[in-house]
Unconditional design. Structure first.
Length: 252
């Protein structure tokens, strides 16, 4: 850690002294993950693209938990931006222990109407970016005996007719997670969390119908997903190559 960093004493927390990088960590699920890891004592870097005010607020909220935090703007479709985001994290904290590839995009479209540009953008963000971020972070994670948690989707295990490009990109990310787990063992554990229907705030009738179809009788929350990431961030390093679905049983 840089001598200039003034980290508070988090020795009683599971991730004390660890550093986490969370892509798309400014809001929604990414923010919940950042707060969960910070509550466990991790110092946190988040990336954002167009949500600077949200990123600034999240950094303030993370700091209020007694950890060091900062945000870096990065277009994850740009390989150079990705390398710079990882380098900035190392420059700020001196190490990297946990990478959470959370950033992603979601879009509905009839399969026959999906354009090449839509397909390419979906894969660029949901599959290519996690690969490039992990690749850039690899030497630092190896040095720390670190962990990678990728955020997949229930759509990566179930075909949704109006989300063909999304489902396929997430299915590819699930496989990529397993490949990473084999390729980068034993130094790094790699796992994947696959959320189902996740909602925030007021929900409409369509979301209520999903809740009725879910064995747990509710939709998921960002905090549910964050808890699954927390598990992989703190569980035995021996656990690797796993896909944890967080859907209340919706996919059964």
């Amino acid at each position: 850690m840089p001598e200039s960093a003034n980290f508070s004493d988090n020795s009683s927390r599971a991730l004390a002294g660890k550093v986490a990088l969370i892509t798309g960590g400014a809001k929604r699920i990414g923010r919940a993950i950042a707060l969960k890891l910070a509550a466990n004592g991790a110092h946190v870097a988040i990336t954002y693209r167009d949500s600077q005010p949200d990123a600034e607020q999240t950094v303030r909220d993370l700091a209020a938990l007694g950890v060091e935090a900062f945000s870096v703007r990065a277009n994850l479709e740009d390989a150079e931006d990705i390398r710079e985001a990882v380098a900035s994290t190392i420059e700020e904290f001196g190490r990297l222990d946990i990478l959470v590839n959370n950033a992603g995009i979601f879009e509905s479209a009839a399969l026959e109407e999906i354009t090449a540009a839509q397909w390419d953008r979906m894969f660029s963000t949901n599959t290519r970016a996690p690969f490039l971020v992990a690749q850039a972070a690899l030497p630092h994670l190896r040095a720390a005996q670190g962990r990678i948690v990728n955020i997949g989707s229930l759509g990566g295990t179930h075909p949704w007719a109006t989300h063909g490009h999304y489902c396929t990109s997430k299915a590819a990310l699930h496989m990529l997670s397993q490949v990473m787990a084999k390729a980068w063992a034993p130094e790094i554990s790699v796992n994947c969390v696959a959320p189902g229907m996740i909602v925030q705030g007021e929900v409409g009738e369509a979301y209520a119908q999903f809740a009725e179809r879910t064995p747990m009788r509710r939709n998921g929350t960002a905090e549910d997903v964050a808890a699954a990431v927390e598990f992989f961030a703190t569980a035995p390093h021996f656990i690797t190559g796993q896909l944890m679905t967080v859907d209340g049983g919706l996919g059964l």
